[in-house]
Design a protein around this ligand. Structure first.
Ligand code: GRF
Length: 208
């Protein structure tokens, strides 16, 4: 697989930073070709620039349609020969023009154990629901919000004295391990998607 990443963000960019660090430390064999934010004031843009990575603000406003915006992002990514698109706190639904341009090559990180608690404020949702465990999911992106095949998950216990903030910060620690790990797995190849199931071909062969 083409190891050039395009990272899409909207804000803080701590998962972007985790990818940058993993590459720098040799845990992830990849190059971040470009970081694109739909918000000009995203802190992550500065994180990218400090690491010497091209950082682009491309607002979602002012396009005739959502698809036009997605097409514009796809164009920017393709012109930089991106092979894998990593959503890292990108607060936009990704539609067909972008997904079709990168089939099975758009990945997202979500702070809950999907399919529980999709959408915004997943950590607060888990707490308010009374879940005893929550965690992290890295998944392939499909048109359904937070609904694509699951690549990996990590469990984080919900403690009795947790607030949404304390739970979110413990989950975030796991996110920063899980995302580079999942991206490395994807880039390694040897996996397939059957229906909703993401499986490693070698693991299948071993258990066959
Ligand atoms: C993370 O919790 C991620 O799971 C979710 O949005 C948040 C982004 O945080 N999709 P950051 O911008 O990577 O710090």
């Amino acid at each position: 697989m083409n190891r050039r990443l395009g990272v899409l963000i909207s804000g803080r960019g701590s998962n972007l930073q985790a990818l940058i660090d993993a590459i720098r430390e040799g845990r992830l064999d990849a190059t971040i070709a470009v970081v694109i934010s739909n918000r000009e004031d995203a802190e992550g843009l500065e994180k990218a620039r400090s690491a010497g990575i091209e950082a682009l603000a491309l607002s979602h406003r002012g396009w005739p349609s959502r698809d036009d915006y997605d097409r514009a992002i796809a164009r920017e990514l393709r012109s930089r020969d991106v092979g894998l698109v990593c959503l890292a706190g990108f607060m936009r639904l990704v539609g067909a023009p972008l997904l079709d341009a990168f089939p099975n090559a758009v990945v997202n990180i979500h702070p809950s154990l999907l399919p529980a608690f999709p959408g915004v404020e997943a950590q607060r949702q888990a707490l308010d629901y009374g879940a005893k465990v929550s965690g992290v999911t890295v998944h392939l992106v499909t048109p359904e919000l937070d609904g694509g095949p699951i690549i990996l998950q990590r469990v984080v216990p919900v403690l009795s004295d947790d607030t949404a903030e304390s739970l979110a910060s413990r989950i975030l620690v796991e996110e920063h391990h899980a995302y580079p790990e999942a991206v490395a797995l994807l880039l390694e190849g040897g996996w397939r998607v059957e229906g909703r199931r993401f499986t490693l071909k070698s693991a299948n062969a071993a258990s066959a």
